[in-house]
Design a protein around this ligand. Structure first.
Ligand code: GDP
Ligand code: MN
Length: 365
């Protein structure tokens, strides 16, 4: 799950025609004062942290002009809210609130359908107003609400929710101003990182900004929809599925070897075998590669074809060890024999033993 920062969530809403207050994220009291000059004079100064309930903890201060904005920023910056130290504040044109409401879209856990939750009362945590919230499940069934029956703002929010593959979009409070406008004063968006590959560069830019992905290679992998984690060892691992990849790494460690990466090449990732292999092999310490495929729905012959093609294209000068079993294994093993001239191992245990032996650590012993 990727939780967007408030300003990121708000810019997504704004791009979809949902009004938000004008403002900026800043890191110093001086800058906060400048934003009050630009958009104020009255501004809301808000701690940029991902936990909610900032209002109650002094993380939201309404400031009456630039000096007070600087003072408020000074007061908030560096404090700890939830478990985060406040490193920046969002300074926004203050809204003259007539009433605060609540609106969100999430997934109804029992039907798996989008569900709109609305409440006339907002500005407090959803947990504290459960009895006042009206839930509306959206669906194709006659008993469910149709999109046509939603208020325009709700329909917009639902569209954003669906198009972004979001898990939650919440506006709390949704404010009616004294001038009769409707504005999203706070916004929370949670995205599904399983769907990240459908939303590049959105996820890429968010992840980079949030510093979720450490190394250069890890970021490059994320940018092409691969999840790579670099480790300290020298044995590169390509397996399909997170479970098999973990088991393979455990088996390597159990035999005294050290895995160099976590990179599962299941799903349609085998189509990215060349860049995947390139990334893994560009890690400086690599001394051998283990390819471990276990087919069920995933077909070993299809995955192996990707790796064989990549291996022939890159011609790396290190030993490679194969263990392939399950759907399509005969074709896959034959491919490794004829195309690469390598004899695949019959069991994962044999393959792991062989790759540890071939690795830098193994060959020292
Ligand atoms: P949260 O406490 O972390 O959810 O932060 P919010 O952004 O929702 O702000 C909390 C409360 O501060 C809101 O419910 C409002 O009552 C108040 N607030 C936030 N921004 C403004 C603003 O621009 N003007 C006014 N008058 N109140 C605001
Ligand atoms: Mn809020």
């Amino acid at each position: 799950m990727v939780k967007l920062a408030e300003n990121q969530a708000k810019s997504i809403l704004k791009a979809r025609g949902i009004p938000i207050p004008q403002g900026k994220v800043v890191k110093t009291p001086d800058e906060a004062a400048q934003v009050a000059v630009e958009f104020g004079p009255r501004v809301a100064v808000k701690a940029m942290v991902r936990s909610g309930g900032r209002g109650k903890q002094g993380g939201v201060v309404i400031a009456d002009g630039p000096p007070q904005a600087a003072q408020a920023a000074h007061q908030i910056l560096g404090t700890t809210l939830g478990d985060e130290v406040v490193a920046s504040v969002l300074v926004e044109q203050a809204v003259d609130i007539a009433s605060e409401h609540y609106l969100s879209v999430t997934i109804d856990p029992s039907s798996g359908r989008p569900m709109i939750m609305r409440s006339e009362q907002g500005g407090i945590e959803i947990e504290d107003m459960a009895d006042q919230v009206e839930s509306v499940i959206i669906g194709s069934d006659n008993s469910d609400t149709q999109v046509a029956n939603l208020a325009p703002l709700e329909a917009k929010l639902l569209e954003a929710f669906t198009e972004l593959d979001a898990l939650l979009i919440e506006i709390n409070p949704l404010v009616h101003t004294v001038d009769g406008e409707v504005i999203a004063v706070d916004a929370k968006i949670e995205l599904d990182d399983s769907a990240a590959y459908r939303h590049q560069p959105l996820h890429g830019s968010i992840e980079t900004e949030q510093g979720l992905l450490g190394t250069d290679r890890e970021r490059k992998a994320a940018a092409i929809g691969l999840r790579l984690i670099e480790l300290d060892g020298d044995i590169a691992v390509l397996a399909n599925g997170a479970g098999l990849t973990m088991a393979t790494m455990d088996a390597i460690v159990a035999l005294g070897g050290a895995p160099a990466n976590f990179l599962e090449i299941g799903g349609d990732a085998y189509t990215k075998a060349i860049p995947a292999l390139e990334l893994v092999l560009s890690q400086p310490a690599i001394s051998s590669l283990l390819v471990n495929f276990c087919g069920a729905f995933a077909r070993c012959d299809v995955m192996t074809a990707g790796v064989v093609e990549a291996w022939k294209a890159l011609k790396p000068d290190i030993p490679v060890v194969f263990s392939i079993s399950g759907t399509g294994m005969d074709e896959a093993n034959e491919m490794v024999r004829t195309e690469l001239g390598i004899e695949p191992h019959l069991t994962m245990a044999d393959a792991v033993a062989a790759v540890v032996q071939a690795s830098a650590k193994g060959s020292q012993q």
